[in-house]
Design a protein around this ligand. Structure first.
Ligand code: C2O
Ligand code: CU
Length: 502
């Protein structure tokens, strides 16, 4: 037997071994250092220079930025600031003043956060379909700066409220005017899109309800805005069981809004219900269901229609440990039913306004997870089509294009994907065609291991976020943009206004 320690290495060989070890270390570390250095985000940047252009099989026109060689005939460029609603006298006109401070949860508890006109959620904004809405946002004391995004409303791009893309964040003492036509009736909400992962969670949000001119056909209209404040589940800002008056035999429309970061199940104790709208779009032929939960996507909405029992019994709409209690009669709280409604097959099928087979652009939005550096920080980060933020796709379209997008998720977690400025219709899930009523969404929960094909018409020129509405995910780079040819933005992420959209 030979003891290893007894083998003597000559000095020359020992030096060579050291040199090889140092070289090997450099071979490993130098590229790592390069990747680290490359991942550092500049102090300020324009989304016009971000990521890479993906034309989705459509023609590659000249875009500003992106280091492309200038074309002999440059495309006319319009700024996002020109994309506004037509002038007119507003039908709905209000000012929202944002402050940092305590939020009263009404149960003797206050939490530290942000308010709009003294409350969180902020005032419910109600408009009739077709109304011109004007909201003046003032920032009295939110140190990071603020904006308002009208989630689900296909507003003109200048009014989309994305800091660093469609405007600068409103600093303390500043104000910003939003104007848009409430073209689509339905349930929507608004929230800050500056430091969104922090400001939304801490209260800079509210509901926006747009009713059709002729009414909804329901006797009563109830709001169920669900939000968790520092661990306390609330409905319209109140924890526990929240009462809503409803007479026996009447029909109530309950507008559920999920303002948190994950999909939330909602179900009804004491009555059947129909899901009459999702994300502001009516569901045709909605049949009554019972003992069934509806999973509301983060950022998404579901309108439930409930006929109150004629015998005077009450009804509970259960969500996340809180409940909206309709009527004053007796009702027993039921646990979450095992069945969950599948929107892919719910409601009456109807023809789409277009033929997806004729799409001009086809995009992949494949979400994964991989090792790398995000702004110098090593970790396992979200990827889009294999790329890490900020090297994410800029989906390029021309106004009028029909777009089909394949969203797939193999990242290990669900992602509620939200496209600004447009509504998309779900064509298929995991390759299985949708057979229910056309299922239009602005917020779509893409579960791990699943894929969805969606289609939309690019009919709202601008530069639009298409991101995960689990807002910490977005802050970690699960973001892409939909860009119209010929549109540019003067705003920058970072910089003097410290714009930080997510
Ligand atoms: Cu609800 Cu990009 O936002
Ligand atoms: Cu996500």
């Amino acid at each position: 037997m030979i003891a290893p320690a007894a083998v003597a290495v000559p000095p020359a060989r020992r030096r060579r071994r050291l040199a090889v070890a140092v070289a090997a270390t450099l071979v490993v570390l130098a590229p790592l250092g390069w990747f680290w250095q490359q991942s550092l985000l500049p102090r300020s940047y324009s989304v016009m220079d971000m990521g890479y252009l993906d034309h989705g099989g459509g023609p590659a026109a000249a875009m500003t930025g992106h280091g492309m060689a200038p074309m002999p005939m440059p495309m006319p460029t319009r700024s996002v600031t020109d994309l506004t609603a037509a002038p007119g006298v507003p039908d709905v006109d209000l000012t929202l003043t944002a402050r940092a401070g305590p939020i009263d949860l009404g149960n003797g508890r206050t939490v530290d956060g942000y308010t709009l006109n003294g409350t969180s959620p902020g005032p419910v904004i109600r408009a009739q379909q077709g109304d011109l809405v004007h909201v003046r946002l003032r920032n009295e004391s939110v140190p990071g700066g603020i904006t308002l995004h009208w989630h689900g409303v296909d507003v003109p791009n200048a009014d989309d409220g994305v800091a660093g893309v469609t405007q600068d964040a409103v600093p303390v003492g500043g104000e910003f005017d939003y104007r848009f036509v409430a073209a689509q009736a339905g349930t929507f909400w608004y929230h800050s899109h500056q430091l969104a992962h922090e400001q939304v969670q801490r209260g800079l949000l509210g509901a926006l309800v747009i009713t059709p001119r002729g009414g909804t056909g329901a006797g009563a209209d109830a709001l169920l805005l669900s939000h968790v404040y520092a661990g306390t589940a609330t409905i319209n800002g109140r924890p526990g069981a929240v009462a809503f008056p409803a007479a026996p035999g009447t029909r109530v429309r309950v507008r559920v809004i999920d303002t948190d970061n994950g999909a939330t199940p909602v179900w009804v104790s004491g009555a059947a219900f129909r899901v009459v709208a999702v994300d502001g779009a009516e569901i045709g032929g909605a049949t009554p269901v019972q003992d069934t939960a509806v999973l509301v996507t983060a950022g998404g909405r579901a309108d439930l229609e409930i006929d109150m029992p004629a015998d005077g019994a009450g009804v509970r709409v259960e969500i996340g440990g809180a409940a909206l209690v309709l009527g004053s009669g007796p009702v027993r709280a039921l646990p979450r039913p095992p069945r969950t409604l599948d929107m892919l097959t719910y409601g009456a099928p109807a023809a789409l306004p277009f033929d997806p087979a004729t799409a001009q652009r086809r995009f992949d939005y494949v979400i994964g997870r991989g090792p790398g550096f995000l702004d110098g920080l090593p970790g396992l980060w979200w990827t889009v089509n294999g790329h890490l933020f900020p090297d994410v796709p800029m989906f390029v379209v021309a106004a009028g294009d029909l777009v089909v997008m394949h969203i797939a998720n193999d990242s290990g977690e669900a992602h509620p994907m939200h496209l600004h400025g447009h509504h998309a219709v779900v064509l298929a899930r995991d390759g299985v065609r949708a057979t229910g009523a056309p299922w239009w969404v602005d917020s779509l929960d893409v579960e791990n291991g699943r894929s969805y094909d969606v289609a939309f018409v690019a009919d709202n020129p601008g530069i639009w976020m298409d991101h995960c509405h689990n807002l910490p995910h977005a802050a970690d780079g699960l973001v892409a943009l939909l860009m119209y040819e010929g549109i540019t933005t003067p705003f920058r992420v970072g910089g003097g206004s410290a714009n930080a959209p997510e």
